[in-house]
Design a protein around this ligand. Structure first.
Ligand SMILES: C[S@@+](CC[C@H](N)C(=O)[O-])C[C@H]1O[C@@H](n2cnc3c(N)ncnc32)[C@H](O)[C@@H]1O
Length: 219
């Protein structure tokens, strides 16, 4: 009935997946087909992510939602009961998947359409056909090995300066000073030592006050 049966990723492998993706506090993570919710829970609890799981099975949805509540993580972690083909992913910084190669292939156009440049995708054991991984790693756990694939969505988001210049807020001014029409959100984030998400939020504020004209997306 479902595309993929429930098989859990061992917790040590989950941690390695999240380390590979360099999940940062405040980043948004989606686990597609979240099973018992372990990736979502570890991402929220140990990495400070805002984590969402998408799970089609009602029993697993209920079980993982109850566990999130028991752990006091409901402000940072939640499970959506539905199909991952239907859930919007544009807000994701990181997507994790333990599915099947054929399912990854079916998801690929959606991921390419919706994910922003520099978003990361980590898959367990099954690759995304047609994508070139940035890293492939083998993790040994008990009696078997697990293959992990890390992908980065190509492209850049480049904020274009607007007409209004002076910005009172110190943080917004720091960001505004680095906006020159060539530098990407990712480069600004690296210079300031913060996440792309934080820069994107600042740029959105700057856009509201006219200090940024628009954000050009080059894919
Ligand atoms: C192999 S398990 C992985 C569970 C978890 N992500 C982990 O790594 O421990 C795949 C999960 O995807 C769910 N699933 C299958 N098809 C789905 C769909 N179309 N939408 C959402 N979830 C789905 C299954 O019910 C199962 O729980």
């Amino acid at each position: 009935m479902y595309d993929v049966p429930f098989v859990a990723t061992p917790e040590v492998v989950v941690r390695r997946m999240l380390q590979l993706a360099r999940v940062q506090p405040g980043e948004v993570l989606y686990d597609l087909g979240s099973g018992d919710g372990r990736i979502v829970i570890i991402a929220a609890k140990e990495f400070g992510a805002r984590a969402f799981g998408v799970e089609i099975r009602k029993d697993l949805y209920e079980q993982s939602t109850a566990r999130i509540k028991d752990l006091g993580l409901s402000d940072r972690a939640s499970i959506i009961n539905g199909s991952f083909y239907e859930v919007p992913l544009a807000d994701a910084d990181v997507v994790t998947m333990y599915l099947l190669t054929s399912v990854n292939e079916r998801l690929r156009p959606k991921l390419e359409r919706e994910l922003r440049p520099a978003a990361r995708v980590v898959t367990h054991d099954f690759e995304v056909p047609g994508w070139r991984p940035a890293v492939v790693e083998e993790v040994y756990e008990d009696w078997r090995s697990h293959k992990l694939y890390l992908y980065r969505i190509p492209g850049k988001e480049i904020p274009l300066p607007g007409k209004s210049k002076p910005v009172e807020d110190r943080w917004l001014r720091q960001v505004a000073e680095l906006i020159d029409g060539n530098t990407s959100l990712e480069e600004i984030a690296q210079k300031l030592g913060v996440t792309i998400r934080r820069v994107r939020e600042a740029v959105e504020e700057l856009r509201k006050i006219g200090a940024v004209d628009e954000v050009k997306v080059v894919k």
